[in-house]
Design a protein around this ligand. Structure first.
Ligand SMILES: Nc1nc2c(ncn2[C@@H]2O[C@H](COP(=O)(O)OP(=O)(O)O)[C@@H](O)[C@H]2O)c(=O)[nH]1
Ligand SMILES: [Mg+2]
Length: 414
């Protein structure tokens, strides 16, 4: 083989994943799998991988969104989930909240992640001193407290209650697009950065003045999450979440910039070797025309996950097509991976594999020698494993580039 394709990871050693791989659970799982394989017990190895994937992909993440009525909570939690206010799964917006109870809105792709629309504080039904108990605060990983003008006394009371319970809290100053539009300006003097800084300081002073220490305030517009400080909020949430929940959050984030796509890619990448192991061992069967044995159903699932995670599924592309006024076919023509915007079927995966296997198997035979000492699987299974590993890796790379192109296209018209 000629030069090694940089899209193909050279090893299944888990060292490429950075700090996450220091995670004790991951190391223990890798160690257990290695032992099972050394004992020739592939079904045990695969079942450890399967359980690991099920556990990590089902970790619950509950985000509470609270604040007074009308401040933009429902709009924010729809935007976070990548859902239009008109979508049937959307939280209703522009309503007067009267008898509202906490309501979970699951993420459309990751149902283990839910954003909760909470009632405003200080109503007769939700008095400040009982609020946390009434909303069952324990189940929330963190709170986002929204205000559209200034954080008032009720907000400050709630903030103190949330902190008292030891929960993480972020303040969001919503509707920044409105504030910038009405900010007094003469063309010469207008300075958006300065206006934003003033708004931020105003919010911080209001909260500090009511006894909230060192509040973190993020300015944003739910109509344009890619502008202002949603990304800073994302980074802060990621940093402050316990490590086992971080990947769950990353996958659920809206695809608003290249850095989110890249983070998702790394999360997906860290799971590839488990899927390759599953596909190449337990239910692996020979497939006519393809010289490796594997379970195609697993590859269908993984590619589907990539499409949904990156917003390259049919529905997301249709949304992008109408938002950018670009015919769907033209949009598809921009994309490299043939599965974009399609239902991933076994037939499609076989087609993709057939057109890739000659190159992949050649590479796998060469690269495989590096895997075998690590996991000690027999040559045939090792070849399947390595080929599948490379097939998924190269598709993941291609899809992440496609996703970046779509994000760039979508943002260009905003
Ligand atoms: N300009 C602007 N309007 C917003 C924004 N977020 C919400 N709104 C509007 O504010 C109103 C109240 O929003 P909603 O989400 O229902 O607030 P909630 O009562 O806190 O859930 C609606 O008319 C929204 O369209 C925003 O970021 N920018
Ligand atoms: Mg609402």
């Amino acid at each position: 083989m000629g030069s090694k394709n940089s899209s193909c990871p050279p090893t299944v050693s888990t060292s490429s994943r950075g700090p996450d791989l220091k995670n004790a659970k991951e190391s223990k799982v890798a160690e257990d799998i290695k032992k099972a394989i050394e004992n020739n017990n592939f079904s045990l190895a695969a079942s450890i991988s399967q359980k690991y994937l099920e556990d990590t992909n089902n970790i619950p993440l509950n985000i509470a969104v609270t604040g007074q009525s009308g401040v933009g909570k429902s709009t924010f939690l729809n935007a976070f989930r990548g859902i239009d206010n008109t979508d049937e799964r959307a939280a209703p917006t522009g309503e007067v909240e009267t008898t509202m109870k906490p309501k979970a809105y699951p993420h459309p792709t990751y149902p283990n992640v839910a954003l909760w629309d909470l009632p405003g504080i200080g109503t007769p039904r939700y008095p400040a001193d009982q609020y946390m108990k009434l909303v069952e605060f324990e189940k929330f990983d963190f709170f986002i407290l929204v205000s559209d003008i200034r954080f008032n006394e009720n907000d400050a009371k709630l903030a103190k209650e949330i902190k008292k319970m030891g929960k993480k809290l972020y303040f969001v100053r919503s509707k920044i697009d409105n504030s910038l539009r009405v900010a007094p300006r003469s063309p010469k003097e207008y300075d958006e950065e300065k206006t934003l800084q003033e708004i931020r300081e105003y919010c911080i002073r209001a909260l500090e003045g009511q006894g909230v220490a060192s509040p973190q305030v993020f300015l944003m517009s739910s109509f344009d999450l890619h502008l202002y400080e949603f990304r800073a909020l994302q980074d802060t949430m990621e940093r402050e979440l316990p490590s086992h929940k971080r990947d769950v959050l990353i996958l659920a984030l809206p695809n608003i910039c290249k850095s989110t796509i890249n983070k998702k890619k790394e999360v997906f990448r860290s799971q590839i070797w488990h899927y390759a192991l599953l596909s190449a061992t337990v239910a692996a069967v020979p497939i006519p025309g393809i010289s490796i044995v594997f379970d195609v159903g697993i590859l269908v699932k993984v590619l589907q996950d990539y499409l949904f995670g990156f917003g390259l599924d049919k529905m997301s592309l249709e949304k992008c097509s109408s938002a950018t006024n670009t015919p769907l076919d033209e949009l598809r023509a921009m994309l490299n991976c043939i599965c974009c915007g399609k239902d991933v079927t076994k037939e499609l995966v076989l087609l993709m594999l057939k057109s890739a296997t000659v190159a992949l198997i050649g590479l796998a035979a060469e690269e495989g020698s590096r895997f075998i000492p690590f996991i000690g699987i027999p040559i045939a299974a090792a070849l399947s494993f390595t080929t599948i590993y490379m097939f998924l890796s190269s598709n993941l790379n291609e899809l992440s580039v496609d996703a970046e192109n779509i994000v760039t296209k979508a943002l260009a018209i905003k």
